[in-house]
Design a protein around this ligand. Sequence first.
Ligand SMILES: [Cu+2]
Length: 184
Amino acid sequence: MLLGLSALSFIVIFGIFILAWRRDRSRKVRLRLFLIGGGLVFPLVLLTIATVYGVALGERITGARTSPSLTVEARAERWHWQFTRQTGRGSVTRPNVLHIPAGRTVEVIVTSSDVIHSFWVPRLAGKIDAIPGMRNRILLRADIPGRYNGVCAEFCGTGHTAMNFSVVAHDADGWAAHDKDVLP
Ligand SMILES: [Cu+2]
């Protein structure tokens, strides 16, 4: 979209440039048209399209309007992760391995107990900062069951390079078995 808009802008501006170069010099230039049309209306239209498109795309990427089937908390602490899942029967906290059902959208609320870290599972989603006192949200979805590697993507001290974790995406049977295993 941005490439299309800049190409359009390029064509219009160079079109005007060529017209100006070859114009009949006895005719008067309509300055007002150039100032208001070219300086105000034209960029306003392009930037409005880019903004609306960008906001809509951002909403889609961050899943602002999707309701997840499961919510878990990821808490970063120098130098490991604690994953907590609230259930009707209580909560379960496990270090460094996040279990999720495959094929379903999972909301991860990311926070930190000490310094700024960053939650990143490269094959499942983008990065999101883990900031003390803040609850950031990211959506994960693994279509294929398996193990996905995650890292802390924000330098957080001497243990940073070893601050890895895994996301294990279970198929339906595996998820039911996992539930039975961990839930109180
Ligand atoms: Cu970290």
